[in-house]
Design a protein around this ligand. Structure first.
Ligand SMILES: [Zn+2]
Length: 333
């Protein structure tokens, strides 16, 4: 009896603590077999047997020989980059159609007309329960781009995404500019984030989104060999840059959402839909997502995760997990 009470008490404490973003204990051990949480992988990570095996499984002859870019004063340096954009570097001119042979184009739009592709980056967030409750009440699924380090820190919150039926994709281990990393660095960022999601959620994602959209043909080629499709966006709410963490006022973010709602009303997406960049970065961005959802729903015929708008019914490598087709999700033919 006493032990039962103690268990309930413990569970309550865990619940309260997890709501407050205080680290909690979990059965998941990230102290070995992973890079340090929130650190870009280093030689220590590259020199393990496990990583060497992954490295040797890649056909490097299929990966273009492109020099990594530099970050200067906090921004990507394109001063010596040819204007012809030979590497299809998204950060330069939003290129999504690779130049290197054999590479799949990025997924940047939803092919279904009048459709809003719903995506949230940078989770799982330790305070996302109210936001996920809201999505659940609206029977709304989304595509969640999870950072491996956040999955390690907040495994319960990562599991909830799968339980709630959201699509989980990789958003790297530590959220760097991917084109600035060595080949080993790119591979490790993708591999360990995917491994963390598999460890905690039991599924192996088949998609990823580059942080800041920073991808080129070298990074795409490595991702493609890990069976990770590159998903970008064609509308950016700029919620990531909202005050107080960023530099734009909430009014400016509202104006962005309003213009995207107007596009839905005035036929801008009559032939194909959009993929919209939003974030579960903090309470401000999650509140904005909740605030604008009703207007988005009324302006667009369909609001769906990316797997659904791409008609992908098997979103993970595990074949026992299936996802509704577009017609099934939307109840259309
Ligand atoms: Zn991000």
């Amino acid at each position: 009896m006493f032990s039962t009470l103690l268990f309930i008490f413990g569970a309550l404490i865990t619940l309260v603590i997890s709501q407050d973003c205080v680290p909690y204990s979990s059965p998941y051990d990230f102290s070995s077999g992973y890079p340090t949480v929130w650190e870009t992988p280093t030689n220590n990570d590259f020199n393990t047997d496990e990583f060497q095996q992954v490295y040797n499984s890649i056909d490097w002859s299929q990966v273009p020989d492109i020099e990594p870019h530099q970050v200067v004063n906090g921004a990507l340096d394109s001063s010596n980059y040819p204007d012809s954009d030979p590497d299809c570097w998204w950060s330069y001119k939003q290129c999504t159609t690779p130049n290197a042979p054999g590479l799949q184009p990025d997924i940047a739009i939803c092919p279904e007309p009048e459709t809003w592709g719903l995506t949230y980056d940078d989770g799982p967030n330790c305070t996302h329960n109210a936001f996920y409750d809201f999505l659940k009440e609206n029977n709304q699924k989304a595509t969640m781009f999870f950072i491996g380090s956040n999955v390690a820190d907040w495994p319960n919150e990562a599991q909830r995404a799968l339980t709630d039926g959201h699509q989980i994709c990789v958003h790297t281990w530590s959220h760097p500019y991917m084109t600035t990393l060595s080949n080993e660095g790119v591979l490790a960022e993708l591999y360990y984030a995917r491994k963390a999601i598999k460890y905690v959620c039991g599924v192996t994602p088949l998609c990823w989104r580059p942080p800041y959209g920073d991808v080129d043909d070298r990074v795409r080629a490595i991702a493609q060999q890990l069976n990770l499709a590159t998903i970008i966006w064609n509308l950016d709410t700029n919620d990531w840059d909202m005050e107080p963490a960023g530099s734009e006022t909430p009014d400016q973010i509202d104006a962005n959402f309003q213009s995207f709602v107007s596009m839905g009303q005035n036929g801008a997406f009559a032939n194909s839909g959009c993929i919209v960049l939003e974030h579960e970065l903090n309470n401000g961005t999650m509140s904005k997502a909740i605030e604008w959802y009703p207007q988005i729903k009324s302006a667009y015929q369909y609001v769906v995760p990316i797997a659904t708008c791409m008609n992908i019914t098997q979103p993970y490598a595990e074949s026992n997990y299936t996802y509704p087709s577009f017609a099934e999700y939307t109840g259309t033919n």
